[in-house]
Write a protein that binds this ligand. Structure first.
Ligand SMILES: C[S@@+](CC[C@H](N)C(=O)[O-])C[C@H]1O[C@@H](n2cnc3c(N)ncnc32)[C@H](O)[C@@H]1O
Length: 264
């Protein structure tokens, strides 16, 4: 597995992990798209679209008279995502291409980017008058299993350190309203917190898949070794199977939204 600009790597396994993660949160993203009134004929953007699962939710709502665009840094995304994908670095000091849009959405993007307020400001600038900005991101601070398991705490600590070492913001989701103020956008019109408390049999494979995607960073930063990682995964699987009554709190997915100025 090669280490890349994206902390979680660019592999087919990582694309599949992102798709599974998207399925987990699709109802919460759909709820916010509906709340701001995304509808027939709208032009919308998913910024940092990945394999394009949110683009599918958008397409269902805007219909054939609407337009769905995805933007991503990764050229490999074009063949995976449905609809038009523009390969572009959203941290670049350029306007967001293809706008203005009736809706700009970004999920799990600011978690990964430096200069978050600047990126957010550019996303806002791409929103048409009367259009909407919807941003969702993780806060990892509450992640854990209950009753606690040392192995989950250990693996979560490696994961959080590895994200930090790769320049990610593991509390981006709770920072969103502050980032909006910093970006000069002003307070959100509304905020949302989505969470999942799931049995260990569901939760620890998710933890394991993120851990595996982060291993190249963790090795490079000396946070674990291949032998220790293998042992940790083995212990996690064994202890999970031994007590299936435990539950895992997954990362919280926090959301903000805001409508721009005059109505359309
Ligand atoms: C964790 S994935 C989330 C994908 C999708 N938004 C979702 O929620 O399913 C983050 C995506 O953001 C993209 N990304 C990260 N930094 C970016 C940047 N500076 N410009 C554009 N895309 C970026 C990555 O390539 C990756 O596809």
């Amino acid at each position: 597995m090669e280490t890349t600009d994206y902390a979680l790597g660019r592999t087919e396994e990582e694309n599949e992990r992102v798709r599974a993660q998207a399925r987990l949160w699709s109802a919460d993203t759909a709820r916010l798209l509906d709340l701001v009134g995304l509808g027939t004929g709208d032009r919308c953007l998913d910024a940092g679209c990945g394999p394009g699962e949110t683009m599918r939710l958008m397409a269902e709502r805007v219909g054939p008279s609407g337009e769905v665009t995805g933007i991503d840094l990764d050229p490999g995304i074009s063949s995976l995502a449905p609809g038009r994908v523009i390969i572009h670095d959203l941290t670049a000091d350029d306007p967001v291409p293809g706008g203005p849009y009736d809706l700009v959405h970004a999920r799990l993007l600011l978690f990964h980017t430096p200069r978050q307020a600047e990126v957010l400001r550019r996303l806002w600038d791409a929103v048409a008058p009367g259009g909407h900005l919807v941003v969702q991101d993780y806060d990892l601070s509450a992640v854990g299993v209950n009753p606690p398991l040392d192995i989950v705490d250990e693996m979560t600590a490696v994961l959080i350190e590895a994200f930090g070492a790769a320049g990610c913001d593991v509390r981006a989701g709770s920072r969103l309203p502050y980032l909006m103020a910093e970006a000069g956008i002003g307070a959100p019109d509304g905020t949302d917190v989505a969470g999942r408390l799931v049995p260990v049999a569901v939760g620890t494979p998710i933890l394991e898949s993120v851990y595996v995607s982060l291993l190249p960073v963790a090795y490079a930063k000396g946070l674990t070794t291949p032998a220790d990682a293998e042992k940790a995964i083995d212990t996690l699987r064994r202890e999970t199977a031994a007590d299936p009554d435990r539950y895992v709190l997954l990362p919280l997915l926090n959301g903000v939204w805001k409508t721009k100025g005059e109505s359309r």
